[in-house]
Ligand binder design. Structure first.
Ligand code: FUB
Length: 325
């Protein structure tokens, strides 16, 4: 039997080992790259590359712990020149900046045209029941942004394919090589319109894209000669995608791109190229202890294409990215 004295002496002998283990644990913590922002909950990422900088836009998840509902009162913006060091800037836009909206800073996307930055957002409309899509404009990716139109571009009464009031959400915008801009959006049904060159007015009728088990979160991008329409698929959400030679389709379904993101029933992706590499930006609910479907966090992992243009399945990692010079 060990007496108290020798027990104490043996513990002292173990101390250096314990310190090394703790230091190793701390070092291991330092290499965690995802989520990329840990002092706030961030959701529904969208990103643009402008002048060698990535601007990342996200909704701010503000639901108190244990409240299982979206509380989102502002959008946030971050910038980075290497994809790993992110600088937060003051919130440049809130739902209350749209006089016709009552709240809910849901998913959004910014695009640049002729030196102006157009920010398409989903919010709750004040007088027309349901969600609606508006657009704000600024001279700078960091804002200040102001309502560009004074009214919504899309309201719930303009789409009749579902009887839900939240089918007009999740705008994604792209300018095709011929200069024509398109706005895609939707929940349950995916819709799109052409936009006039002023980027705020609809040009022609609302069209539909029929995709297998489309839930929400369309994101349209072009890579080489292919158009890609990725979207939240089934629920809890995985991200699936379709490919086309033309932005107006026909779209060919290609299957799952990303699995359910840890501890979140939504996944909401953005896809960009930056300095010769492709990135998949999404959210999960992985921040301890209160992270989850209503307290989400933006993550980034690499995206790779196959020789035939299809995309390889995303590998979501805790380690995240290495800095891009
Ligand atoms: O953040 C609110 C909603 O959750 C978004 O509009 C959807 O895409 C989902 O992420």
């Amino acid at each position: 039997m060990m007496n108290k004295k020798s027990l104490f002496r043996n513990l002292l002998l173990l101390l250096p080992g314990l310190i090394t283990l703790t230091a190793t644990a701390q070092n291991a913590k330092l290499i965690q790259g995802n989520p990329i922002i840990t002092d706030k909950y961030t959701a529904d990422p969208a990103a643009i590359v402008y002048k060698n900088t990535v601007y990342l836009y996200a909704g701010h998840d503000e639901a108190p712990a244990k409240q299982e509902r979206y509380v989102m009162n502002e959008w946030l913006v971050y910038s980075s020149e290497n994809m790993t060091d992110w600088k937060e800037h003051p919130s440049p836009l809130k739902p209350k900046d749209f006089a016709w909206a009552t709240g809910d800073a849901w998913a959004s996307q910014v695009i640049e045209r002729n030196g102006k930055f157009y920010w398409y957002v989903a919010v709750t409309h004040g007088t027309i029941k349901g969600k609606a899509i508006g657009v704000a404009v600024a001279d700078n990716p960091l804002g200040p942004f102001k309502d560009a139109k004074g009214s919504a571009i899309i309201t719930n009464d303009m789409t009749r394919d579902t009887n839900i009031s939240w089918d007009d959400i999740d705008p994604t915008v792209i300018i095709d090589d011929d200069g024509q801009a398109y706005l895609f959006w939707g929940n349950t049904q995916c819709y799109y319109i052409k936009l006039k060159a002023n980027m705020i007015d609809q040009d022609g009728p609302i069209q539909k894209v029929n995709l297998p088990d489309f839930k929400e979160a369309p994101w349209v991008h072009k890579h080489n000669d292919w158009y890609y329409l990725s979207y939240a698929y089934l629920f809890p959400e995985k991200i699936a995608y379709a490919m086309s030679r033309k932005i107006t389709g026909p779209w060919e379904f290609k299957g799952i791109l990303n699995e359910v993101a840890g501890n979140s029933n939504t996944n909401h992706q953005a896809i960009i190229d930056f300095k010769g590499k492709s990135y998949f930006i999404y959210h999960n609910g992985s921040i301890p202890n209160d992270g989850g479907s209503f307290r989400r966090s933006v993550c980034i992992d690499r995206l790779y294409y196959n020789a035939d243009g299809t995309m390889k399945r995303i590998i979501m990692t805790t380690e995240g990215l290495k800095a891009t010079k």
